[in-house]
Design a protein. Structure first.
Length: 257
């Protein structure tokens, strides 16, 4: 399975998954249709699936137009998003699986950013491969999504599911927010050497418009404050110890950053 990252809008990424052998493709969170259609035409692919993570317009805005061009495709989304995702046909919950390109993705129910958010994890199929996590707006490189419909407790539980995946998992998040996320992270954990090094590297990458997505989950565990609620340094900054309270204080600080 190959993966193309398609930048759209001001900072969104759409992910095109495809298999050249049988000329089929799936798309994750198509904010808009036109660049997806262009890439499909370039590669000569038939779109068979849309994998939506949640209902926000910058993730589902291209659904209807893609369905017009490929009326036989299947639209997947979370069970709790029923009625909110255009064209949705399959309603997924924790523990379900989806198939594409001979691979099976595990579905995680990860509420917090929205009440219905899900993520898709394709485990490695050979020893040398990495797994691929499509997490929408739940986990970002260096950050996490705002809590629009969920609670800190829900988000900690959701992020905990993703944090439990292997360190060498590729994290395909839906926005290019990394540099700003790391700037905030340094304000709460400035002594973290891994974070300092990552920030300098990302700053150089963004200066030449190089994407920072995907990132590796192992690096997120070392540098992303929203996965580090058990770090003594962050417990000291927040003056909290209980995970949801540490996370909630950090999220509130980031919201004001």
């Amino acid at each position: 399975m190959k993966i193309d990252r398609i930048p759209v809008l001001s900072d969104n990424y759409i992910f095109l998954l495809y298999e050249l052998e049988n000329c089929t493709a799936a798309v994750v969170d198509p904010a808009v249709a036109k660049p997806v259609l262009k890439r499909l035409e370039e590669l000569g692919l038939d779109l068979v699936a849309i994998f939506n993570t949640h209902h926000h317009s910058d993730h589902v805005g291209g659904n209807r137009e893609l369905i017009k061009y490929f009326p036989n495709l299947c639209v997947y989304g979370g069970a709790e998003d029923r009625g909110r995702i255009p064209g949705q046909q399959v309603f997924l919950k924790q523990g379900d699986t989806v198939q594409f390109a001979g691979q099976t993705a595990q579905v995680f129910f990860v509420p917090g950013h929205t009440r219905a958010h899900i993520a898709y994890y394709f485990p490695p199929i050979r020893g040398e491969d990495r797994g691929n996590l499509f997490c929408g707006d739940t986990l970002f490189a260096g950050g996490c999504g705002r809590l629009f419909e969920g609670t800190p407790s829900q988000m900690v539980d959701s992020l905990g599911k993703l944090k439990a995946l292997p360190d060498d998992t590729w994290v395909w998040c839906a926005h290019e927010y990394t540099l700003n996320n790391l700037k905030f992270a340094l304000t709460v954990e400035g002594d973290n050497l891994h974070l300092q090094q990552r920030y300098e590297s990302v700053k150089q990458d963004r200066a030449i418009k190089k994407p920072t997505v995907p990132s590796l989950l192992g690096m997120e565990k070392k540098t992303n404050p929203f996965l580090r609620w058990d770090a003594p340094s962050l417990q000291a900054v927040t003056k909290m110890q209980e995970p949801a309270r540490v996370f909630g204080r950090l999220r509130g600080m980031k919201d004001m950053f």
